[in-house]
Write a protein that binds this ligand. Structure first.
Ligand SMILES: *[C@@H]1O[C@H](CO)[C@@H](O)[C@H](O)[C@H]1NC(C)=O
Ligand SMILES: *[C@@H]1O[C@H](CO)[C@@H](O)[C@H](O)[C@H]1NC(C)=O
Length: 368
């Protein structure tokens, strides 16, 4: 009785509060849109928590791609002629061919951009364009600085049919047919937890001056995996090259960023062009940290997977069972690698099975 009465008395107040809240929320949303950060705020920030369930649920309606529009992307794989790069490229290309024509795929043509300056023995196996490496000494021993230069040359020379490009790396394996996750002027990228522009403001500001806006404009990404419209990449790539060389030449930046310098360079270069990425956590997974392949698209096997025979991760300590790409710097891993012991996560088991399936089916696997 008392409850009902109190509520009836309270309801106008409640209504007022609700209305006020609604106005406040609307105002906030409008403010965000005006700030030209709509994508980042809807997709970027929020995706970190909601992505696992429905990666695109938070996208503004106008950004959701109409389902019927096919927009194929070209797969561009930067590589060297080192044995270590070659065997990974062969596995990568094998799985591209397996997934390319499956339903849901927007995967188009494929080019290995070989930035060693001369052809190698995989020219007939994998569609390849040879480009020049940086002039001797310019990369200061940091070979991935060749990547931006490779993209600049490729975009200039190649006749690319597709309007979009996926920048991929040799240690990527397609586990599902990959749709075009980009949308018009918004490329799609994988957010890396260790790329933190805000926490490196002092350094980032050397390359991203204040007049361009807050450092939060810089996405926590590298150049790969990214699906991006060709014309946007055409603008970003020369800047990316310029920024990466300047970062490498600056001792403080070089020391702080280390092996992720070239990722920061891409993130900064794209922000300098006002390009914001749709951040897609489901773009890829990284064993052994991600335990299940789930609905993700690419396995990135950059981390070593070390386990004891009880199936427990012994990361950083050589495991009784292990798969680590770095165990095979000088040549390909053998066919038919032993599967991990029971208890090892599904992501790692899938990785090894897919490597085995590829090596079993690639002719002359052991000979190159
Ligand atoms: C990068 O661009 C700046 C400004 O446009 C220019 O002054 C500089 O020489 C370029 N640096 C390199 C390494 O290309
Ligand atoms: C792969 O190795 C397993 C033992 O680890 C063996 O039982 C199997 O026959 C091998 N398969 C092939 C195709 O060589």
């Amino acid at each position: 009785m008392f409850g009902m009465k109190a509520m009836r008395r309270a309801s106008p107040v409640l209504l007022f509060l609700l209305a006020a809240l609604f106005c406040f929320a609307t105002y906030n949303i409008l403010a965000m849109m005006r700030h030209n950060r709509a994508i980042r705020n809807f997709v970027g920030a929020n995706t970190r928590s909601v992505l696992e369930s429905d990666p695109i649920v938070e996208m503004p309606e106008h950004v959701k791609k109409p389902k019927h529009v096919k927009s194929p992307f070209h797969i561009a794989l930067t590589a060297t002629a080192a044995p270590y790069s070659k065997w990974q490229c062969r596995i990568m290309y094998y799985w591209y061919k397996q997934k390319k024509d499956l339903p849901g795929s927007d995967m188009g043509g494929f080019t290995r951009i070989l930035h060693s300056g001369s052809p190698d023995n995989l020219m007939d196996e994998i569609p390849t364009m040879v480009v020049d490496p940086l002039p001797a000494g310019l990369d200061r021993g940091y070979v991935v600085l060749n990547r931006p230069w490779a993209f600049v040359q490729w975009l200039e020379k190649a006749a690319i049919e597709e309007e979009y490009i996926l920048m991929a790396e040799p240690d990527h394996i397609f586990i599902r047919p990959l749709p075009n996750l980009a949308h018009e002027r918004f490329p799609a990228a994988f957010p890396f937890f260790y790329i933190k522009p805000e926490q490196n403001e002092k350094i980032v500001r050397k390359f991203y001056p204040e007049e361009h806006g807050p450092v939060t404009n810089i996405d926590p990404i590298g150049n790969s995996p990214v699906i991006i419209r060709k014309d946007l990449l055409g603008k970003i790539a020369p800047t990316w090259m310029n920024v990466s060389l300047r970062m490498k030449q600056d001792p403080e930046t070089d020391k702080t960023f280390g092996w992720v310098l070239e990722m920061y360079a891409y993130a900064v270069a794209s922000a300098l062009h006002g390009v914001q990425h749709i951040l897609r956590k489901d773009f890829m997974l990284q064993p052994p940290w991600d335990l299940e392949t789930g609905k993700r698209f690419i396995i990135h096997y950059t981390y070593g997977c070390d386990y004891n025979l009880k199936g427990e991760l012994t990361y950083g300590k050589i495991g009784e069972w292990r798969f680590d790409k770095r165990s095979h710097l000088r040549g390909p891993p053998p066919r038919n690698l032993s599967l991990p012991p029971p208890g090892v996560p599904e992501s790692v088991v899938t990785l090894v099975k897919m490597v085995n399936e590829a090596t079993a089916n690639i002719p002359n696997w052991d000979t190159s």
